[in-house]
Design a protein. Sequence first.
Length: 484
Amino acid sequence: MAVNLKLVCYLLGPAVFWFGIIALTPAIYSVFCFPRGIAGFGGCALAAITLSLILKRAGRGSPKSASIRDLFVFTVMLWCITTILAAVPFAVSLPDMNYASSLFESASALSTTGATAIEQLDLRPRPVLLWRSMLQFFGGIGFVAIAAAVLPAASAGGMNLFRTESSSFDGRTKITPHVKTMALGFLCWYLLTLVLCTFFYVLGGFRPFIALNAALCTVSTGGMMPIDSSMNGVSPFIEYTAIIFMFLGSCPFMLILGSLSGNMLSFFKDQQVKGFFTLCLIVGLSVALSLVVYNGYNPERALRTAFFNVISVLSSTGFGCEDFTAWNPFAAVVFFIILGIGGCSGSTAGGIKIFRLQICYSMLKAQFLKTIHPHIVAEPRFNRRIIDSDTLRSVITFLVAYLMVTAVSAIAASCFGLSITDAFSGTISCLSNIGPVVGIVLTPSSSFASLSDPLHLIFAFDMILGRLEILPVLLCLTRVFWRS
């Protein structure tokens, strides 16, 4: 068989088991403040642990050699299983939510999209709010580990540009200790930023529970705050703190760890990081100027508010801090344009990713030169290296797939009652894991609670699709993928 299902079960077993163990944390918390939640969280944990034992038994005796097809199926199945299981506590604990809206909520949290179908967050039980934040945190680090280990080997969307010399998944290979070391490094950095972010949020005036949840949302670039006001009305110190940690969450974790281990300059020399920083700077200054000219903001407030919202959108965090569609026409158009861009590859940020746009720009420049000088040797480059043809094809394939999925999903959403503007904006937001929507009914200050069940399911699928870089999921849905 083309896919070794026994190996897939072997890989899924421990991952699902630990997900069940994680669900016990809010279950224990519910004992003290929300007895009704014990059933939901306990049921999620029991189902996950039971399923993990079944998977472990099914994968017994499987070889440790994984093909790229095996890894694709493992990745897609892991996200689908955890999303289905994570929805159980929402459906059981919140009487106003059915399973479709709960599935939307769990998909949004695990994909770090940040869109929510829950209203009146201030009145919701704390264990449920903590669960949302925990899902974002583990969804963020889970994707970074998979993006670094699985996607480069498949050249998924050009991810092989970031392959290290010791990459553990190359062709058909064994599950090596390097993956564990890399994952441990990611987790240590992730936990360090969480602790620092929580500390500064408390210093800025948040209560400890809110500070912890806000930090979980920030470092994962998820943005699902546990309060209705999100980041509206917070102190400037908290806004500046969020700006710093959202930016860090949007930078490649591999590059950060490499810089911390000795070569600090490599981080600042990276073309993707420089491009992301430049984009944030130019867009932030432009929006700040429009706030001064059109809205009468003082310079400090204009800069702070503009950069907070720009980095919030580009990092795909999606924190709510004023409705930027209501500022002025220039700002509204700018935010609509940057909505799907996203942050850097190998980070918790979603979106198309900066490096793909840089590669497309390099291809455009090379084509212009060849058009003017037909005999010149002009090749697209990234980080001063010539980009190979496989990477170019994979980037183009990803962009074509992104446009196709956007069109199909938006048309489907419009068939269930959304206007064309809301359908396309909502699809781009969910597919790019952004959160805020620049639409008519769906706006940065609104939730997805009022949508019908089919729309919740469509957008939930979009979020998982976007989180996994689209191509692995689409490949698993093709007949040729399963042929020997």
